[in-house]
Design a protein around this ligand. Structure first.
Ligand SMILES: NC(=O)c1ccc[n+]([C@@H]2O[C@H](COP(=O)([O-])OP(=O)(O)OC[C@H]3O[C@@H](n4cnc5c(N)ncnc54)[C@H](OP(=O)(O)O)[C@@H]3O)[C@@H](O)[C@H]2O)c1
Length: 344
């Protein structure tokens, strides 16, 4: 498996590390992943024989870009040139550049061009999927390539794979969940008496919230995840602009205290039903609800015909957690390709 990795930040670095530390296990199950190219915003490193993880780390830490990789690095070369100018012979793109919900770039172009060039794609980048998932899935089908994205929702908690594998053959009627750990942490802290601003500052201090937290607290991160779940699991063709979104900025500690007195709590709930009605709204729910998870946990309830409601709970996003999801996609990709080749 010759891999190009676009994005060498929290997730990209954790992916490169995980491939390295799991190498002997991967080889035992017949996978021989080789990072033949890595790109960040300033440059690229390319080596058909495979890039060395410790050297990538050294140049990233000391010099700020993989483009300084000895002999194989190039500063100023753009990631997309690796694909468009065929600078590396590869069969998989792992795309983990920043999520952009305005135009999906640069990830959208990276993914489209990779599929057109015959690469399979694994991504944790929500922007391209939230804006153009139906067309990306069609492009993947047309080119006969796989596009996998289990790291986009739930980080290390396998919401997507649970639906694919464990609810196979079941009719999923709708989904609702707590899908943003930052918002959940802030709301949980406000329940303890902090104001919104105090809770946000605490989340930022602990590294749970970004310096610019608007993607999370205004509900857009949850909305992206709802789109991905709706398209992939319910088969509904929606994009981000079909989701009604209201974040948690207007929730006060008084609202939470009153909810608490009523035996309830307030959570930012993303939901979608089988008619395609998709919303992200702070909602008061009973404290006994399986979605009333504390701290920065995530939870997703699947409403399933005949089976009722099934809830999966676990840790949400995080660089390392997301890298684990990407590694599982890599293993699943290999299994799909094996079964394809056995069928022909
Ligand atoms: N972190 C999480 O917990 C998490 C969880 C789930 C999904 N995700 C998604 O995973 C993706 C990566 O997240 P992250 O936390 O790793 O972000 P990050 O730390 O900001 O890293 C982004 C990386 O992309 C690189 N980059 C930016 N523009 C680029 C371009 N045009 N070409 C090539 N590389 C480019 C950056 O380069 P420089 O290093 O030069 O800045 C950096 O290496 C995002 O889409 C995010 O939404 C993240």
């Amino acid at each position: 498996m010759k891999i190009v990795l676009f994005g060498y930040g929290n997730v990209g670095r954790a992916v490169a590390r995980l491939i390295e530390v799991r190498r002997s296990y991967l080889e035992r199950i017949g996978l021989y992943p080789k990072l033949v190219a890595v790109a960040d915003s300033s440059g690229v490193a390319i080596n058909p024989r495979g890039l060395d993880y410790s050297k990538l780390e050294e140049v990233k830490q000391k010099k700020g870009s993989v483009g300084f990789y000895p002999d194989c690095g190039k500063i100023g070369v753009k990631a997309i040139e690796i694909i468009s100018d065929r600078l590396a012979d590869a069969d998989i793109l792992i795309e983990v550049t920043p999520t952009n919900i305005v135009d999906g770039e640069p990830g959208l172009t990276h993914i489209r061009e990779a599929l057109k060039a015959g690469l399979h794609v694994i991504t944790a980048n929500k922007g391209p999927l939230a804006l153009a998932m139906p067309s990306l899935l069609e492009l993947a089908r047309y080119t006969g390539r796989e596009i996998m994205f289990s790291g986009t929702v739930g980080g290390g908690t396998p919401f997507i794979r649970f639906a694919e594998k464990c609810l196979i053959g079941d009719l999923i009627l709708g989904l609702e969940g707590v899908l943003n750990g930052t918002c959940n942490y802030i709301l949980s802290s406000m329940e303890g008496g902090l104001s919104f601003e105090e809770a946000l500052k605490k989340a930022q201090r602990l590294g749970y919230a970004e310096a610019d937290p608007s993607m999370d607290i205004d509900g857009w991160d949850t909305a992206c995840k709802i789109v991905i779940l709706a398209v992939h699991i319910l088969g509904i063709r929606i994009t981000l602009r079909d989701v009604y979104v209201r974040g948690i900025r207007d929730v006060t500690e008084k609202d939470l205290a009153e909810a608490l007195r009523r035996g309830s709590t307030i959570k930012l709930i993303g939901s979608v039903d089988s008619m395609g009605k998709a919303t992200v709204i702070p909602i008061e729910i009973p404290r006994s609800s399986p979605l009333a998870v504390p701290g920065n946990l995530n939870a997703l309830t699947f409403h399933v015909e005949d089976l009722g409601s099934i809830t999966v709970v676990g840790k949400g996003a995080g660089g390392v957690e997301t890298a684990h999801a990407i590694l599982k996609d890599l293993i699943e990709l290999k299994a799909r390709l094996r079964s394809r080749s056995m069928a022909t």
